[in-house]
Design a protein around this ligand. Structure first.
Ligand SMILES: Cc1cc2nc3c(=O)[nH]c(=O)nc-3n(C[C@H](O)[C@H](O)[C@H](O)COP(=O)(O)OP(=O)(O)OC[C@H]3O[C@@H](n4cnc5c(N)ncnc54)[C@H](O)[C@@H]3O)c2cc1C
Length: 432
């Protein structure tokens, strides 16, 4: 937890800071100094466009920061990346710039360390900036639009990895306990009701990991091209491929963060269930897993905000294009039935997208967005697991369990969307 975000912060300096800043800060980070990303404020959480921490430029051209940030992981770090309003009179994201604050210069006070439900290994701080000296990173006004977007995409992938780790821990604890605990004269793992929970935990874990790896690969691919482009002009084909992977990284990052963090919470819940009453006690690891899992679907953008980022890839067809590519791949004869199921789910997804976009009402799309994104998620994860199974048959069991589960979830969403009359939306919206 104490290394949380460190790599993403360091990468942001590497990518966007000037040479003098890189020379100054990167060796310090490599030598073990800590970093934090100071974005959130009391009135600016999901909506970072309304960040108000003020950056003022002095006559000599240097900058000072004034205001409050909250919920900052490792807020007492040595080097901070800070999102602040540099353009007086502005109210949206175009008035925000990115700054580096160096703790050695003073001016920032840790006013409070939060008392949290979980991830107690990392201090989450409220910070008060009082004429804190800071250096501008990159160009003015690109703070949110460019630098924070890049920073957050990296950090979101990090949370997906954290979610896979917690899911794995939850599964192992549950499996060990289910083998040891005896009731009615036998180990509880022998009861189908318990075994089914374990199988589903494993399937969600395997599905989460394969989505994380696929997404990481897309990110690696476009970043490699970014790096090459700094040294020489890309060939036409290379440019095309760079664009292709950049789009996939953009689409898969919120999908990975959203799906893996929700699965990790579900696995933590099931881990406690398998422990019965003991799971409710602080004596077992599952109690901590349950508390630690909870943050994954909140920070670096809640699941709802991942849906906001992912939905345009539903409407523009990024997920569907990728799915169609997967559907063309050959699979082993014994996996043809699973592939047919995934094809069937894809058709339900296509119909659901058409039904929702056909209404042509942004509010209706917002209302159905999570269902559509989840449908895409189940199909994408199913195809990734099918692909894994072609390389390693030990995934086949998880593939079957996951696709059975995903099929039922997709059918549930298809049924809801297919039978929903747009005017019913008023039953769900609160206007007061
Ligand atoms: C332990 C911890 C560590 C953190 N570390 C950091 C850090 O290091 N740096 C940092 O900058 N921040 C950090 N945060 C802040 C974190 O990123 C925010 O808490 C998170 O983005 C949500 O913002 P919020 O808390 O203001 O909730 P809000 O934005 O108030 O959201 C409340 C609810 O409204 C929903 N909602 C809001 N807007 C929309 C929308 N447009 N559509 C649909 N639903 C919406 C949300 O999904 C949520 O359910 C941390 C938070 C915690 C708890």
């Amino acid at each position: 937890e104490n290394l949380w975000g460190l790599q993403d912060c360091a990468e942001t300096i590497y990518e966007f800071a000037d040479e003098a800043q890189k020379e100054k800060y990167i060796p310090r980070v490599c030598a073990g100094e800590t970093m934090s990303m100071d974005l959130t404020e009391p009135d600016a959480g999901s909506d970072l466009q309304s960040v108000m921490l003020k950056a003022s430029q002095k006559e000599d051209g240097s900058w000072v920061l004034n205001g409050v940030k909250r919920f900052i992981t490792n807020g007492d770090s040595d080097i901070h990346l800070v999102l602040a309003r540099s353009e007086e009179g502005t109210k949206d994201g175009r008035g925000l710039s990115m700054f580096i604050y160096d703790k050695r210069n003073g001016g920032v006070n840790v006013r409070r360390i939060e008392n949290k439900m979980g991830i107690k290994g990392s201090p989450t701080c409220e910070l008060v900036y009082k004429d804190a000296p800071a250096e501008l990173v990159g160009s003015r006004k690109l703070g949110l639009i460019k630098y924070v977007m890049a920073l957050m995409n990296g950090a979101r992938l990090g949370i997906a990895a954290q979610s896979v780790g917690i899911s794995e821990h939850a599964y192992r604890e549950a499996l060990d306990y289910a083998k040891e605990r005896k009731q009615f004269g036998k180990a509880i793992i022998e009861f189908p009701a318990v075994a089914e929970i374990l199988s589903l935990m494993k399937a969600k874990l395997d599905a989460s990991r394969t989505l994380l790896y696929a997404c990481s690969r897309f990110v690696d691919m476009y970043k490699i091209y970014d790096d090459i482009a700094k040294e020489r002009k890309l060939e036409v084909e290379e440019k095309k491929e760079a664009k292709f992977y950049s789009r996939l990284a953009d689409a898969f990052t919120p999908l990975a963060k959203g799906m893996t963090s929700e699965f990790c919470n579900q696995n933590a819940y099931d881990c406690i269930q398998i422990h019965g009453g003991s799971g409710f006690m602080k004596d077992y690891a599952c109690e901590q897993i349950y508390r630690d899992a909870r943050i994954t679907s909140i920070y670096e953008g809640t699941t709802q905000l991942q849906v906001v980022a992912a939905i345009r890839h539903v409407t523009t067809g990024t997920y569907l294009d990728w799915i169609k590519g997967e559907a063309e791949k050959q699979v082993a004869a014994e996996d043809e039935a699973v592939k047919a199921t995934l094809n069937f789910m894809t058709q339900q997804y296509i119909d659901a997208v058409e039904a929702v976009t056909g209404v042509n009402d942004p509010k209706f799309l917002d209302f159905m967005a999570r269902r559509l994104v989840e449908m895409a998620g189940y199909i994408v994860m199913g195809y990734l697991m099918l692909d894994d199974t072609q390389r390693d048959s030990s995934f086949r069991k998880s593939l079957h369990v996951f696709v059975n589960y995903g099929k039922a979830e997709v059918a549930k969403h298809a049924d809801f969307i297919g039978n929903f009359r747009p005017e019913e939306i008023s039953d769900y919206l609160y206007t007061e």
